[in-house]
Design a protein around this ligand. Structure first.
Ligand SMILES: Cc1cc2nc3c(=O)[nH]c(=O)nc-3n(C[C@H](O)[C@H](O)[C@H](O)COP(=O)(O)O)c2cc1C
Length: 519
């Protein structure tokens, strides 16, 4: 189908080329074309009046010659798309066809409004330009989306990020959340935003009973008070986790809460579950309908008052009950057992099999209808992780695992020590999480891939990073840091490129790629 229409575009560019060559020949030989003697519609078609007018030459160059160059280049670009299938040729065709149509619009205006006569050969050229633009608009839709996301990426990375990165990261985070929530309430922005989303069946999956339009989600921690649930659809996210939310509200650890390590492609995180608490957030979400699957990430309240494992389990169960009672329409829960920034972290932990079993048994008892995914640590050994997974698969309420949380090891080779030294507290997101996240996805997929949905998280900065996690065994992926470094258009860019990567490897749907590198 696409090939047929590309051939049609090629035919039109060639027609425009021949038309322009004829007009050029006519110009240099001072010959008037036959339409100059049309007696039936003298006003409508006097080519001579147009072709001899001062408007037929720009900066000393006859328009007809510009037409030859325009259609000649366009023909080459279309041939490039057909033969080499390279994206750069598609971008070239799109940009040139926009300029061609705009120029044609201007020339038609000159003929109608100023010269008050039409040249049929010039009008034919304009019609060809408009038809090419319409065909390009329809049949190079994905490439069009790719072009404008590349443009946004350029603007973000070269201008916006440079300014943002001069300012306090916590301040910028706050601004982005406020602006995002505000924009999602503006009808015009919503309308425009909805036109900028490219949907493709090859990215759709149904997992744990939930329909996902695409596999890219926002990881827990960015939208910690659930302010962006109406906004992220417009950034092309396939799902999002809000939180981590705790039973008791928490104002955040002593500052700094956030820091940047640009050369390590990482963020220092020391928030310690800063959030407004389960009650306030569940009340806010209670009446909302969500455009994408929303997950509520729940963790233990960050307080010295929680002194034992039993108290911690009770605290977590209360948060789950609060959300259930408020009838929030979230699609899933995320259970965060791996936050490294808690004041009570030394008093208990959920890693030993016995402790994890106690927590998950308490959740099983709630008989929740929504699946729970567990946010796993990445600093445990393979053996320890397998032991945790052995417990997890025995509990019915747990349908999946997320690999994983922040990098705790300050000496990880992917972290530049000169950057780490700037921070006395906190743990690290982004690239330093990637290697271990990928290893654990592979491990979990090999041993438990049949029983658990695996979600990959850590260090995704482009489509290749996401695809790697998918091929290792992740059905879905989540990110935060990549979006902050690359720009909010990254989600669309990843989705668009995943379609091509899956197609390149012969998969009709992204789910066919899941785990192929771990089998
Ligand atoms: C600012 C920030 C806050 C975070 N807060 C949470 C959190 O509250 N709960 C959680 O499970 N993970 C939290 N994380 C960890 C992320 O969800 C994710 O696991 C980690 O950043 C790796 O993904 P990334 O490399 O795409 O950022 C946070 C990460 C960042 C950058």
């Amino acid at each position: 189908m696409k090939k047929t229409f590309l051939s049609l575009i090629l035919f039109l560019t060639l027609a425009g080329f021949i038309d322009s060559i004829y007009l050029t020949w006519e110009h240099f030989n001072n010959v008037l074309p036959p339409c100059s003697v049309n007696n039936l519609f003298p006003i409508l078609s006097d080519c001579g009046k147009v072709l001899k007018s001062p408007y037929s030459v720009i900066f000393g160059i006859p328009l007809a010659v510009i037409g030859v160059i325009h259609y000649g280049l366009l023909t080459l670009a279309v041939l490039g798309v057909i033969i080499y299938k390279k994206r750069v040729f598609s971008y070239w065709v799109i940009i040139q066809s926009i300029f061609g149509a705009l120029a044609s619009l201007y020339f038609m205006y000159i003929q109608f409004a100023i010269i008050r006569s039409l040249c049929l050969y010039c009008t034919l050229s304009s019609l060809i330009s408009f038809t090419i633009l319409v065909l390009v608009y329809i049949f190079l839709k994905k490439e069009r989306f790719q072009l404008h996301t590349s443009l946004y990426a350029f603007i973000y990375q070269n201008f916006v990020k440079r300014i943002f990165f001069l300012l306090d990261p916590e301040f910028i985070h706050g601004i982005m959340i406020k602006r995002g929530a505000f924009l999602a309430k503006t009808p015009l922005i919503k309308f425009v935003g909805s036109k900028l989303i490219y949907k493709d069946n090859s990215l759709k999956q149904k997992l744990a009973g939930i329909n996902f339009e695409n596999p890219i989600g926002l990881a827990a921690g960015f939208d910690y008070n659930a302010d962006l649930t109406q906004a992220l659809y417009y950034l092309d996210f396939g799902f999002q986790s809000v939180g981590t939310i705790t039973n008791g509200a928490y104002r955040g650890n002593p500052k700094p809460l956030l820091g940047r390590l640009p050369r390590s492609k990482s963020l220092m995180v020391n928030k310690g579950f800063k959030n407004k608490g389960a009650r306030a957030i569940s009340e806010k979400l209670g009446n909302l309908h969500f455009l994408i699957p929303v997950g509520v990430s729940i963790g233990v309240t960050n307080s010295q008052e929680i002194k034992s494992l039993e108290e911690a389990v009770k605290d977590i169960v209360i948060s789950f009950k609060t959300f259930e009672k408020a009838r929030v329409k979230n699609s899933y829960y995320e259970l965060n057992i791996s936050c490294p920034n808690l004041v009570n972290a030394k008093k208990f932990n959920f890693y030993p099999q016995k402790n994890l079993d106690l927590l998950l048994a308490a959740l099983d008892k709630m008989k929740l209808k929504k699946p729970i995914f567990i946010k796993m640590p990445i600093e445990k050994t393979n053996q320890e992780v397998v032991k945790m997974l052995d417990v997890i698969v025995k509990h019915k309420s747990i349908k999946g695992v997320i690999f994983g949380n922040l990098q705790k090891n300050r000496k990880d080779p992917s972290l530049l020590q000169s950057e780490v030294k700037k921070f006395k507290v906190g743990f690290f997101s982004g690239k330093p999480c990637e290697k271990r996240s990928n290893e654990l996805i592979k491990l979990a997929y090999k041993k438990f891939g049949e029983k658990l949905v695996i979600i990959g998280c850590g260090g995704i900065f482009n489509a290749e990073d996401a695809y790697k996690k998918i091929k290792l065994g992740a059905s879905l992926v989540q990110l935060i840091t990549g979006m902050i470094f690359q720009g909010p258009q990254l989600i669309s860019q990843i989705n668009l490129e995943l379609i091509d990567l899956a197609k390149r490897d012969g998969f009709k749907n992204i789910k066919e790629a899941v785990g192929i590198d771990s089998r």
